[in-house]
Design a protein around this ligand. Structure first.
Ligand code: PGA
Length: 249
């Protein structure tokens, strides 16, 4: 059985004070939620407040991005060892907003994934097709390429330590959730890639999360799909009640 990961991606929202307030409300609501792993990915500037707030709980804190060098003259960047030392356990890699606005490619996604692993972080590597790609029937080809060029070059040992998030770009922040069937189909494509590259045991073990307009009222049908091993939630993770009801689906 794969233990679900319920992850929140706060994007560029919240101050440290708002982070503290969020956890004051959120922690009591998920105290008994042992059926899943909970991870929250706040902006860099909120990590210290978040790590302090979750001390002594099972909740993990993740960054939203990292740079692949360990240190150096890279103004504005933050490295894996820095993120690890600040108390994070996870990091998002290759989110579609990074690919779309900050020129991330499958190659840089791979570099960042390797850097995260070297720092001892669990990367949640995001893949997903754009609307035009889905409409022209390219979904499977796009996912397969993102896998082959961005994830499938990891060693089996490295691969065993990552999670994957399938986030169709057309479903992110749009209110359009993929139907459970569409999501499960994409997850099957990805799991087949895993099987081809790393074998059946790795395909059985890897957790593939769904992301894109997940809300308290659609999380159940999504999580009812055996292919879906958790969710990556943007907008609906900003509110403690809303994210707690997602966690406790
Ligand atoms: P959304 O974002 O839940 O607001 O659609 C998901 C994500 O970008 O991870």
């Amino acid at each position: 059985m794969r233990k679900p990961i319920m992850a929140g991606n706060w994007k560029m929202y919240k101050t440290p004070a708002e982070t503290t307030t969020f956890f004051e409300k959120f922690l009591p609501l998920v105290e008994k939620s042992e059926h899943c792993e909970i991870v929250i990915c706040p902006p860099f500037t909120d990590i210290a407040a978040a790590v302090t707030a979750v001390q002594g709980t099972r909740i993990g804190i993740g960054a939203q991005n990292l740079y692949w060098a360990k240190e150096g003259a890279f103004t504005g960047e933050v490295s894996g060892p820095m993120i690890k030392a600040s108390g994070c356990t996870h990091v998002l890699v290759g989110h579609s907003e990074r690919r779309q606005y900050f020129e991330e490619t499958n190659e840089t996604v791979l570099q960042r994934t390797v850097a995260a692993l070297e720092a001892g972080l669990t990367p949640i590597v995001c893949v997903g097709e754009r609307l035009g790609e889905r409409e022209s029937g390219e979904t499977e080809a796009v996912l397969s390429l993102q896998f082959r060029a961005g994830i499938g070059l990891l060693s089996p040992e490295q691969f065993a330590r990552i999670a994957i998030a399938y986030e169709p770009v057309w479903a992110i922040g749009t209110g359009k959730t993929a139907t459970p069937e569409i999501a499960a189909d994409a997850h099957r494509v990805l799991r087949a890639q895993v099987r081809g590259h790393y074998g059946a045991a790795a395909a059985d073990a890897v957790r593939i999360l769904y992301g894109g307009s997940v809300k308290p009222d659609n999380v159940r049908v999504l999580m009812a799909q055996p292919e879906i091993d958790g969710v990556l939630v943007g907008g609906a993770s900003l509110d403690a009640n809303s994210f707690a009801s997602i966690v406790n689906f």
